[in-house]
Design a protein around this ligand. Structure first.
Ligand code: FA5
Length: 319
C-alpha cells in the first residue's frame, strides 16, 4: 500500500488530484481507513502490532501528502509569477510631478516683491480700446510711436493691448491718488525672434503721490533688482523716449557678465494726468513696465526666449 501511495502521490501534478488521493487513502471509505475497520476481526494478540503498523502507514501517507502539497504550491507560484512577468529586481516606475510654468513663477515672485514694497496688484483687459492703449497715454493717431508697437487689431474699436500701460489709465480713472499698483498680464505685438515673442507678459508699475521724483524711481528699481537677484545687482538707466513719460528711461540689469534690457520707465507725463482728471500741478508719478519673460531669462539663464513657450518638457523640467 505504501509503495502505491508513494508513486500515486509523487505523480500528482495539481492540488485537485492530491485531494482525490487523500480521499482514496485516508477518506471515510479510504484504503487505510478500511484497514482500521478490520482491526476488530484481528485476533487479540495481533491487534497491537496491526494497529501500530496501520497507524504508521497513515502517518507516512499524511506526511507524503503534505510534502507533495508544498511542492505543488511552489510550482504553482512559479507558474503564476511567470504569467505575470513580475521581476522583483526591476526598479519601480517614477511618477512625474508637475509644477507651475516658469513664467507664472517669476510673475508671482515679482508680485511678492512689489507687494512687500507697498504696491497692490490690479488687472486690466487684454482686448483693449485704442484710446486706453494709445490716446490716453499721450500717443495720438499721428504719433510715430504707434508704429513701434506693431499691433494686432480686432476691428476699428478693439485691439489686443500692446503693453500693460493702459491699466495705468483704467486705475487712475477709477481711483483717487495717492496710489501704488502693479498690473501683470499678457500683451501682444507683431514681434518674433530670440528676444521677442508675439505674446508676452509685462508688469506695469505706477506710483502717484505728491513729491515723487526720479530719485524714487531709481530707488524702487534698484531695490527691486536687489530683492530679485541679490545685494550686488547692478542697474543702469539709459535715456529713452515714451510719449507717456518725461523723462523716460530704458533700464538694464547686469547679470552673468551681460547687460539685459528688462524694462521701460519714467515720470508720468502731465498730459496723462490731464487725460484722467488728475491735477498735474498737485501730483507726480513714476511708472515702469517690465518684461516678465526677460526677467525669467536673466534669472534662469534662458538663451532663447522662444524656449519658454515651446512647451518642450526637457526645458520646462529644468526650470
Ligand atoms: C513699454 O511697453 C512701455 N509701456 C513701458 C513703460 C511703462 C515705460 C511705463 C514707461 C512707463 P517697451 O516696448 O520697451 O516699453 O517694453 C517694455 C519691456 O517689455 C522691454 O524692456 C522688454 O523687457 C519687454 N518686451 C518688449 N517687447 C517684447 C517682446 N516682443 N517679447 C518679450 N519681451 C518684450
Amino acid at each position: 500500500i505504501l509503495e502505491s501511495a508513494k508513486s500515486d502521490i509523487s505523480n500528482a501534478q495539481d492540488s485537485r488530484t492530491l485531494n482525490d488521493l487523500r480521499v482514496k487513502y485516508l477518506g471515510k471509505s479510504g484504503i487505510v481507513t478500511g484497514l482500521m475497520k478490520k482491526l476488530k476481526d484481528i485476533p487479540a494478540e495481533e491487534k497491537p502490532i496491526f494497529g501500530k503498523v496501520v497507524n504508521e502507514l497513515k502517518e507516512e501517507i499524511e506526511s507524503l501528502l503534505e510534502e507533495q502539497k508544498n511542492r505543488l504550491a511552489e510550482i504553482e507560484r512559479e507558474i503564476i509569477y511567470k504569467k505575470l512577468w513580475v521581476d522583483h529586481t526591476m526598479p519601480g516606475a517614477k511618477r512625474d510631478v508637475g509644477h507651475l510654468h516658469i513664467i507664472s513663477r517669476v510673475q508671482m515672485e515679482l508680485e511678492d516683491i512689489f507687494i512687500s514694497m507697498g504696491f497692490s496688484v490690479v488687472e486690466g483687459p487684454e482686448v483693449e480700446q485704442p484710446w486706453f492703449n494709445f490716446d490716453a497715454l499721450n500717443t495720438p493717431e499721428w504719433h510715430p510711436a504707434r508704429d513701434s508697437h506693431d499691433s494686432f487689431y480686432i476691428n476699428e474699436e478693439y485691439m489686443l493691448r500692446t503693453h500693460t500701460s493702459p491699466v495705468q489709465i483704467r486705475t487712475m480713472l477709477s481711483r483717487k491718488p495717492p496710489l501704488a499698483i502693479v498690473a501683470p498680464g499678457r500683451v501682444y505685438r507683431r514681434d518674433y525672434d530670440a528676444t521677442h515673442l508675439p505674446m508676452f507678459t509685462q508688469m506695469e508699475g505706477l506710483y502717484v503721490d505728491h513729491d515723487v521724483t526720479v530719485k524714487h524711481l531709481k530707488y524702487f528699481l534698484e531695490e527691486f533688482a536687489r530683492r530679485l537677484l541679490g545685494e550686488n545687482t547692478k542697474v543702469r538707466l539709459r535715456p529713452s523716449f515714451f510719449p507717456f513719460t518725461e523723462p523716460s528711461f530704458e533700464v538694464d540689469i547686469y547679470f552673468n557678465n551681460r547687460w539685459f534690457e528688462i524694462l521701460g520707465a519714467g515720470m508720468v507725463h502731465p498730459n496723462v494726468f490731464k487725460n484722467v482728471g488728475y491735477d498735474p500741478e498737485q501730483w507726480r508719478g513714476l511708472a515702469f513696465g517690465l518684461g516678465v519673460e526677460r526677467i525669467a531669462m536673466v534669472k534662469y539663464g534662458v538663451r532663447d526666449i522662444r524656449d519658454l513657450v515651446r512647451n518642450d518638457i526637457r526645458f520646462l523640467e529644468n526650470w
